[in-house]
Design a binder for this molecule. Structure first.
Ligand code: SER
Length: 325
């Protein structure tokens, strides 16, 4: 990777991936783009920024040519719960950004990374230690339909046109920089803000609901490790299961109580999110990622919890204001 384009740089992943890539590849070699110009200053940081609607193929192609881009990170997506409010919009945005990335990648000789998700699995998929290659009838959310489509289309572009497409199935991502928006796994981020601010949290996902989760530093490491992997070792491409920890609301609450013993957890279930969570795996088997490109997460539940409480606590102390929830 020499000249990298990041679409959706203002989102939960992009806001941390851009500085991470800039540290490795140099500020001027990582071009941040986002549809929102409002956050231009914070997104741009100390490197190039272009306002871009990824659905505008002409503008997208012009930026790829201008900066001689060789790698595209397509992070544009409406998440699972938001997608259910406007399925048509979710399809147009998620698939529009994907097809433009693949087509423009093909025309300009770029590698393309588009994240997939635990949402690419459906209610008929084996739930525990979900295998790498298994049934993927993810037809209960438009988000999942887009992810399965994205995996297939990305593999097609590799086999048919030789586009270097690679992807991981992200679990719920936990981070302290930018809040996720409208995902089913968001509770696992919100719980840290509420614990720090109020000492209590009302969870919209039921006790006993297990989902795979991952701390952002491991997610960033996964992306670069996969994109730098020797292609001759890759038997899979779109997309690799990656796992770091699996827990239910009670287990994350217990991990928080080791630091904040009086933390209280209650429940007010969101039926839409609960139905989505119930259709997703409890935990994925990530053996192929470990074998084919050396995936090895560093953070488990206790290590992630310790750091999240510390970082979110610092934010709270610094601002002196209530946290953004
Ligand atoms: N975090 C995502 C969501 O909840 C799953 O990939 O929608």
């Amino acid at each position: 990777m020499k000249n990298i384009l990041v679409l959706g740089a203002g989102g939960q992943i992009g806001s941390e991936l851009v500085p991470y890539l800039r540290d490795i590849y140099g500020n001027d070699h990582v071009i941040a783009t986002d549809i929102s110009t409002e956050k231009r200053e914070s997104i741009a940081g100390n490197g190039p920024f272009e306002a871009l609607n990824a659905l505008d193929g002409e503008a997208f192609n012009a930026i790829v040519k201008k900066y001689k881009i060789d790698t595209i990170f397509n992070l544009v997506a409406l998440l699972s719960a938001t997608g259910e409010k406007s399925p048509r919009l979710a399809w147009d945005v998620n698939i529009g950004a994907l097809t433009n990335s693949l087509y423009i990648g093909k025309e300009n000789g770029c590698a393309v990374f588009t994240p997939s998700s635990i949402g690419a699995f459906g209610k008929d998929t084996p739930k525990d230690k979900t295998p790498q290659d298994t049934l993927q009838r993810s037809n209960t959310t438009i988000y999942g339909v887009c992810k399965v489509t994205g995996e297939l289309l990305s593999d097609y572009y590799f086999h048919r046109f030789g586009v270097d497409t690679r992807s991981v199935r992200f679990p719920g991502l936990i981070s302290h920089v930018t809040l996720p928006g409208g995902g089913t796994t968001d509770y696992a981020v919100e719980i840290f803000y509420a614990a720090t601010r109020d000492g209590a949290f009302t969870c919209n996902i039921q006790a006993g609901t297990y989902m795979d989760m991952m701390y952002m530093p491991d997610a960033l490491d996964a992306v670069v490790r996969l994109m730098e992997a020797d292609p001759t070792r890759l038997k899979h491409r779109n997309s690799f299961n990656i796992a770091a920890m699996s827990f239910d609301p009670e287990e994350i609450a217990a991990a928080i109580r080791r630091h904040l013993p009086s933390f209280r957890l209650s429940y007010d279930i969101d039926p839409v999110k609960q139905a989505i969570a119930d259709s997703w795996p409890n935990s994925m088997d990530d053996t192929c990622a470990r074998e084919e490109w050396g995936w090895a997460p560093k953070y488990d539940l206790p290590a992630m919890t310790r750091e999240m409480l510390e970082k979110v606590g610092e934010k709270f102390t610094r601002s002196g204001k209530p946290l953004p929830l």
